[in-house]
Structure formats: C-alpha cells, structure tokens
Design a protein. Structure first.
Length: 553
RNA sequence: GGCCCGUUGGUGAAGUGGUUCAACACACAUGCCUUUCACGCAUGCAUUCAUGGGUUCAAAUCCCGUACGGGUCACCA
C-alpha cells in the first residue's frame, strides 16, 4: 500500500491538494518590513493581564511597521469552551482601545480575507494538510490507547529515560501498511502523529527576538497533530494557520519556548519559512516574599476588568505596560511628555528576558501623573464614563452639574505643576464629595479638628469671619489679607515665620485659623487651596455650612 | 528526573571586560518651601551585582560548578 492509499484510507473525504489554499491566502501585499502579528486566545474566559500585555505589544509592533494585527480564536479544545467568551475577549480588547485589523468580532462575526479566524471552522483546511503529510510519509496513524501511553511513561520514568512518544517508544510508527489497514478495518480508533525526523543528540540553534540565540536539542517527539475529534492540536494549527495567515511574528508566552524546536521542524517539514518568534516572560506577582505568576484566580489585578472598574485611564495602563515592555520607554517618555505612545517605537531587544513584577503601586503613580496632565473637561468625561457603570448616584450628580463639576476638577489644574490628587476615577468621589451639596448634606460628618478644637473658640472665629472678613468678591490676595486680619484678631500670628520666631507671643499661626475654616467647610484637614474651594462653593453654601455648624454645636 | 531559561537595591530596571559601571523611575526617610495637603526642591537609601571557583593587568559583564526561582515533557492551549 502506498502512502497515497494509506492517506485515502485514513481521511477518505479529504482533499489533499494544498495549492488552492496557497492561492486563496497569498503573501500579503504590505510595505517592506511590515510585521503581521496576532492574538490567539482560547475562548476559555476573559482576558488576563498577561494576554493583554501580549496583544498590546503585538498591536504596537504592527502599528509601528504599518503591518497587520489579527485576532484568531483557538477553540480546538471543545471541552474547555466557555460560552460567550469571544464576546468577552473582544470587549476587553475594545476597552483598552486595542483594535484588530482582522479576525473575530463576536461569537459568529469576523472580518478579513484570511479567515475563518475561528479554528473550529478550519477543520477542512487542517485535514487537507494532515492528509498531505501522510501522503508524504511524514505523518502516520497511532492506535495506542491512553493506558498504553501511560504505561510507557511509567516505564520511561522507572528507567530514568526521557518521557514521550519517540524513537523505539513510538510503537505505531513501525506498523506496516497491512497492519494499519487491518486495524482501521476492525474499527480501532486512532489519531494522527507527526513522524519526526529529529535527533535528540543533535543540537540546533534557534533565535528568539527577546531571549536571543538558544541552543537546544532537536525535536524527536512524534507529537499528535490530529485528535480523535478531527481537530488539530495547537502545534499543528499553529503551523497551518500562521503560514496561511502569513503571520510574520509570533508573540506569545514563554511557556511555548520549549516547543520551539518542534514548531521549527514542523515548518521545515512543509518547506515553509517559519515566522520570527518572540517569547514573553510571564508577569509576576510577589506575595509573602515569593514570586509567582500573576494568577487570574488569586489576583484581582490580573483580570483586565479590574482596571475598568477602578477607573484607571486606558492610556495610563498602556503607559505602564509599555514601561514593562521596553525598559527605555520610561526615560523616553520623561523627556517627551508632550508625545504619546504612538511616537515611541517598540524594540524587541529592549525587552527584559526575565519576568517582571507587576507593580500596582507604580501603575497608580503613572495613572496619577497622567490624570494630572489632563484637562478638567477630560477628567470630567473620564469620571462620568466611569460613574455611569459603577456609581449611579455620582453619575446623576455629575450629569446635572457639568460645569460646576468641571470647575471642581479644575482646581489647581491646567498649570505647569498641576495637583496630583487622583490616582484613578474611582477615587475622585471620595476626594471631592464635600464640593457637592447633595453629597455633603447627606453625609454623616466627622470634623477633623486639630490645634484648635475648642468649640467656643471655633464658633467665635467663624462668626467673626462671616461678619467682618468674608467677602465673596475678594481676589485671592485680598482674601488672604483678611485671613491674616482674622488671625491677628484672635491672637494668632499672621505669618508662620513670625510664630516660629516667637511662639510664646501667639496662640498659634494663620495656618491654624485657616484650618478651622477649611475643616468646617469640608470636614477635612487636607484639601486643595481653600480660596479656590470657597470661590467655587459660593457665598450661600459657605455661610450655610458655617451657620449650620454653629447651630449644631 | 530530562531539557531550556533566569538571578543587579523594597520594586521596575540601565549597564555585556576598563574612560564615575552601579544610571533613571517608583516606593521609603529626613529637611526646605507652603494657609493644610498635594506639587516642587534638596539630601539619604546596593562598597556591590544569587553563590563558590577560574580566565585576565582588569569582570556585574567571559568560562565552569552550586543554590534558588520559572517553564516544559497531554488527543490543553
């Protein structure tokens, strides 16, 4: 029996003519140096930080070179499918403004000329390639049962030999055509394995864009390429898809590094040029002094939705990812504050080859700086969008007081050295609630008095301020002069310096007085500039809050 | 167990044989500035690059061993 007959026996209704695929999916007509990348998740749930990181880099590299970035769904493991996860993946990418040029848009829809982009829909294609390999004598059926495989493994372990289906352990490789025919006709179930021509003793050099040159043993494992359900394994789908989809750069997690010799051999056996590989180390997390992979189950920050919920601007997360991705980015950005991510060119060589620790603290710092440079109207937009999903009360308030809220967010903003109060949008309410009447009035108030805490003294200060010193039309200078006069009247130094020089002459200094006015107005001892706050709150609110406090105490 | 990768301060890290090589950033600490806070400014924070040996006039940088961490060895991706 020839290989051709064997192939027909095993895959009777499959066409092994590959030329039609080559014609249908031609070399991409892109400019010189354009990079084609992809994000290829299994639809088993939502996007993990590590995957987002990978797709972020892939998208970036494609952008930098005017290439293509596409989304392929790897659903060849039918047991692990989670309903609607394609939708979730698409949404997560969308939330981070990672656009795809081609690929899945939802559970059913896709765009692009190199599809289908859902592997389960590519069954025919894979089978054609499998049949072709059988005809070429480069693949063969395997009838081993799970038990048999397990037994060889045990034996190999016992004899301290390498584990796997290779060499003399590859029983079915030695089956004669007649034996195969007999088994098939008896109805014995089988899968298809790749007939490796590698030699473990031989070492080959492989290159990884991030890890550099590696020297590894050749692959000699006869891995499964077609499973009993007729779908391919990852390795084989990778070969077929990334060849046909004309991927130039495979960017993936470094758990794949050890199968790189296999993948290179697979491409070689078909006479295809393998893509370039970039294996990314996992993002780590430290807990109780132990470093481990960031885990979606244990770490809330591993889920991409966490950032959406916290209200960290997408752009800030990207800035952080870029500092992790390219170690020279941070300095570049520091020198080019007016530029954006798009102006920076990603470089594989500048990527750390070992896994970095995910530093939420640093992310918040980047976010804080980013928000501080935003315009008040942008902060307003961001906060409204966040509140819309996560805080309906705040959302309503913001919606009905747009200009007012914007002026609150504008305090000490849009200047050379803006305040850095907000690390994320979800923090804004707790920092500005006292500026909103609706929130202030309903709040159970806890006034944080410090140096001056005697209620009579406070009442007197408030009364004097309202009667003699407060004038809503004061400029900041006038306002401050009045504060000084108030301090003086009550025996407090007009200047902190004066007080420090002669502490015995005074009950305190102007800071103590302004603190009282600040606290009764806001309940807090730490706020942005008091003049700005008063200016925005307005006369009525100020008098109301002062009078109410006097009444209640 | 086999194979592969990694190890620079609390963190992210720069640096691949010698001209300040231990940058820069985050965090932390102290001080200054200031009506509070924040901002800003100043200063401090690894005599040492996991560890033991070797090569060299010279090593974080090259070589070998050890330890520790990670990955992989499925009809999962």
């Amino acid at each position: 029996m020839t290989n051709k007959e064997l192939a027909d026996l095993l895959l009777p209704n499959v066409d092994s003519d590959l030329s039609k695929y080559e014609e249908k999916y031609p070399e991409r007509n892109l400019k010189e140096g354009a990079i084609v990348t992809r994000f290829a998740p299994s639809p088993t749930g939502f996007v993990h930080m590590g995957s987002l990181f990978q797709s972020f880099i892939s998208r970036k590299v494609a952008n930098d070179t005017e290439g293509i970035f596409f989304l392929r769904v790897e659903d060849t493991d039918q047991k692990r499918l989670v309903e609607n996860s394609v939708k979730g993946i698409v949404l997560d990418l969308k939330n981070f403004n990672i656009e795809i040029d081609e690929g899945m848009l939802s559970e059913e829809e896709e765009k692009g000329a190199y599809g289908p982009y859902m592997q389960s829909l590519r069954k025919d294609i894979y089978q054609s390639y499998v049949k072709y390999l059988i005809e070429q004598g480069k693949a063969y059926p395997c009838f081993c049962t799970a038990e048999e495989i397990e037994d060889t493994r045990l034996l190999q372990e016992k004899k301290k030999q390498r584990i796997g289906y290779y060499g003399r352990f590859a029983k079915c490789r030695k089956l004669t055509p007649d034996q195969i025919k007999e088994k098939v006709e008896k109805g014995e179930p089988y899968i298809i394995r790749f007939k490796s021509y590698g030699d473990f003793e031989r070492r080959i050099k492989v290159n990884d864009l991030i890890k550099g040159n590696l020297e590894v043993p050749e692959n000699d494992l006869d891995i499964v390429i077609l499973k009993s359900d007729g779908l391919p394994t990852y390795h084989f789908a990778h070969l077929v898809d990334d060849h046909l989809m004309r991927t130039t750069h495979v960017i993936r997690g470094d758990e794949w590094l050890s199968s790189l010799p296999l993948h290179i051999q697979l491409f070689e056996s078909m006479g295809y040029k393998p893509p370039k590989y970039a294996h990314i180390s996992p993002i780590m997390k430290e807990e109780n002094g132990v470093k481990r992979k960031l885990s979606k189950r244990k770490d809330p920050e591993a889920a991409v939705s966490y950032y959406h919920e916290k209200g960290i601007p997408v752009e800030a997360v990207k800035l952080y990812l870029m500092t992790l991705a390219n170690t020279n980015f941070e300095q570049w950005y520091d020198c080019n504050k007016d530029k954006s991510l798009e102006d920076f060119t990603f470089d594989f060589k500048k990527m750390s080859s070992s896994g970095g620790l995910f530093d939420v603290e640093k992310l918040f710092n980047i976010s804080r700086n980013y928000i501080s440079r935003l315009k008040a109207s942008e902060v307003y937009e961001g906060t409204v969008n966040w509140a819309k999903d996560y805080d309906s009360e705040f959302y309503e308030i913001l919606k009905s007081h747009k200009d007012y809220a914007t002026s609150v967010f504008n305090i000490e903003r849009e200047q050379k050295k803006p305040r850095k109060d907000y690390g994320c949008y979800s923090e804004i309410k707790e920092q500005t609630w006292y500026m909103f009447k609706e929130l202030f009035d309903k709040e159970e108030k806890d006034y944080a008095f410090q140096t001056i805490s005697d209620k009579e003294e406070i009442k007197n200060i408030l009364t004097a301020y309202m009667e003699k010193y407060y004038n809503e039309n004061d400029t900041k200078e006038e306002w401050f002069d009045h504060m000084k006069d108030l301090a003086h009247e009550f025996g407090y130094a007009k200047e902190v310096k004066e007080y420090k020089e002669n502490p015995d002459n005074y009950k305190g200094h102007i800071g103590d007085i302004s603190l009282v006015l600040r606290i009764v107005l806001t309940t807090k001892s730490m706020t942005p500039d008091l003049y700005d706050i008063m200016h925005i709150l307005g006369k009525d609110t100020i008098l109301e809050r002062y009078q109410n406090w006097i009444k209640e105490n």
